[in-house]
Design a protein around this ligand. Structure first.
Ligand code: SF4
Length: 259
């Protein structure tokens, strides 16, 4: 465990303590979750997520697919927000938890475990005991899209959910880890909409890019998709370096709440 564990643990205690009546971050995230899982605003994505859930992949034919929008997952006192693209058809769309039940999730939680943000590397299903400290994992779009390609309209329609998560966690948030170019764009757009000044020209997405916006920083990483990890575009040391940087920030950056 690195510095992430200690700092995030304190944050979680404070968040939970302020949540007795459900008005703290944990309670507000639960309200948002209940609203999110009933969303049917994007007809194309609703049809696709449900079709995949009915037809299933042969290897998972006995599984009861989630088949709904996937809520964010993690510590209500998080300082690091991880943003992916969207649930994978047979990963999060099956298990109902972000980056759970597929190879991308194996990569993500292994790296987060090594950096001190996760209690284990295993991410198999919602009952596997995985818990995050100091980190919260979410995505720009909450329903599995065909070909992993949401449209711009679908992205924009789903954006309010991310805005609300950021609102809820804002006092302690200081770092975003954007997994892939889509998430990088979503994070910068969302922060710009919150009134933050994004440098112009906007720094181009590349693995390892860090955009310091003062109150928060955005760390860009290639997405740990099989397409990237099988081809060596993203290697384990490359991914670990991003997580080491996030852990360094956990150890050295004061939260807005504490400043
Ligand atoms: S992608 Fe977002 S806005 Fe569209 S149906 Fe799913 S949860 Fe609702």
């Amino acid at each position: 465990m690195g510095g992430a564990g200690a700092a995030g643990g304190a944050g979680r205690l404070r968040a939970d303590a302020g949540d007795a009546g459900g008005a703290g971050p944990g309670g507000r995230l639960r309200v948002l979750r209940d609203e999110l899982v009933g969303c049917r605003a994007c007809p194309r994505l609703v049809a696709w997520r449900e079709k995949v859930s009915r037809e299933k992949r042969a290897a998972f034919r006995d599984d009861d697919y989630w088949g709904r929008p996937v809520p964010g997952f993690g510590d209500p006192g998080a300082s690091v927000m991880v943003v992916g693209l969207a649930p994978a058809a047979h990963g999060a769309n099956r298990t109902g938890r972000m980056f759970t039940g597929d190879r991308a999730g194996d990569w993500l939680y292994r790296a987060m475990h090594k950096a001190g943000f996760a209690n284990q590397a295993l991410s198999r299903d919602r009952a596997d005991g995985l818990a995050l400290t100091g980190a919260y994992v979410t995505a720009g779009v909450r329903c599995a899209p065909p070909g992993n390609r949401p449209t711009t309209r679908e992205r924009d329609r789903c954006a309010p959910f991310l805005h609300r998560e950021i609102d809820i966690l804002w006092d302690r948030l200081h770092t975003f880890v954007a997994l892939g170019g889509f998430a990088y764009t979503v994070v910068l757009k969302t922060l710009a909409a919150r009134g933050m000044e994004i440098p112009r020209p906007r720094p181009r997405f590349a693995h390892g890019v860090e955009v310091d916006l003062g109150a928060v920083a955005v760390l860009a990483s290639y997405h740990p998709s099989q397409q990237n990890t099988f081809t060596g575009t993203l290697t384990e040391p490359m991914f670990d370096r991003v997580w080491q940087r996030a852990a360094e920030r956990m150890a050295t950056v004061a939260t807005k709440e504490g400043s």
